[in-house]
Design a protein around this ligand. Structure first.
Ligand code: PMP
Length: 332
């Protein structure tokens, strides 16, 4: 019998047909179609099942994670189906929809400060590790280091994409939160499709794209896009796999997410806007036809109060003051 967990993966791939893609064909892997609505369902399942397999997670146990969102939703959903207690430590910039969604799926939420860095006891990862040490029968998932995270993408996401593209892909544009997607897909492509270039889409303020381009570790700024961009290089993130990188301002990410809905009818989240913006730049820069893939990492339904809320966009200065038109996101 099929359980809801068996519906993770096997997501559809669609072609972009109304947006301008230069000489290239651009395809979108709809990870938003996973049961809890994001790309993180795959690693959530893999990390829980790896812990079950090696005996660290026992019946009735507790799963703890530091997460800004989708990993927590995936863990809460897989945990609920398998009968585990799920505790999520989240930084306070996480969208309200995601907190309510995780609570609805039975997770306990601890909100912590987002203005402190690694090594501070209130930093979300340090707090989660400490809580695990104090909770009996608990495991700390730690997606940033857990090898089952990239492995899930190497085993499922990557072969699905290569099959759906009939084995012919020139470039895949990805974002990095934990690095699981990049490292898993990148490793698989090195082995089974070496001509495929991995391209990084990174929010302005993140240290990753500048590091890829210059080899220098700059200090991080801040950004409003959720789920991608980092102020450190996670152990699970193998940046040596990246051949090209784009820095995308929040304004362009939000505008592109809205454009994706308007032109293609696909409701994607803010990180999908970043990935698509980078993919479109990449496609338009090419002089030869290429086959390019990017991901719709999660659904825009999780960002109704942000990306799809004009009052928020105006308040944060993402809408041009002159006309108040959202179209100004791109042109101004
Ligand atoms: N997009 C969104 C919305 C996410 O939540 C995440 C995970 N943080 C990613 C992209 C990036 O995934 P990864 O952790 O595999 O780098």
């Amino acid at each position: 019998m099929t359980s809801i967990i068996d519906l993770i993966g096997g997501t559809p791939l669609v072609e972009v047909t109304r947006l301008e893609t230069g000489p290239c064909r651009l395809f979108l892997k709809l990870e938003s179609q996973n049961p809890s609505g994001s790309i993180k369902d795959r690693p959530a399942r893999a990390m829980i099942e790896a812990a079950e397999y090696d005996g660290r997670l026992k019946a009735g146990g507790t799963v703890i994670e530091a997460t800004a969102g989708n990993t927590g939703l995936g863990l809460a959903f897989v945990g609920a189906r398998k009968g585990y207690r799920t505790i999520l430590v989240v930084p306070d910039k996480m969208s309200r929809e995601k907190i309510l969604h995780a609570r609805a799926m039975g997770a306990e939420i601890i909100v912590t400060r987002s203005d402190v860095g690694k090594g501070h006891p209130d930093y979300y990862q340090d707090l989660a590790a400490d809580l695990t040490a104090r909770t009996k029968g608990a495991i700390y998932i730690n997606q940033f280091e857990n090898p089952a995270n990239p492995y899930a993408h190497e085993q499922t996401t990557a072969p699905e994409i290569l099959r759906q593209m009939d084995g012919d892909i020139d470039a895949i544009v990805v974002g990095v939160g934990s690095g699981g997607t990049l490292t898993g897909i990148g490793r698989y492509m090195c082995q089974y499709s070496p001509k495929t270039k991995m391209v990084l889409a990174d929010p302005e303020g993140s240290i990753l794209a500048p590091y890829v381009k210059t080899g220098e570790m700059r200090s991080a700024g801040s950004w409003a896009v959720e789920g991608i961009g980092e102020d450190f290089i996670p152990p699970n993130c193998d940046l040596s796999l990246v051949k090209d990188a784009y820095t995308i301002p929040d304004r362009e990410s939000f505008a592109t997410a809205r454009e994706l809905m308007r032109a293609e009818g696909i409701l994607g989240g803010s990180s999908s806007g970043t990935l698509l913006a980078a993919a479109l730049r990449y496609c338009r820069e090419q002089s030869e036809p290429k086959r390019v893939v990017t991901l719709v990492c999660d659904s825009g339904a999780k960002y109704l109060s942000k990306v799809f809320n004009e009052a928020y966009l105006a308040q944060e200065g993402f809408i041009g003051a002159r006309t108040g038109k959202v179209r100004d996101l791109v042109s101004s």
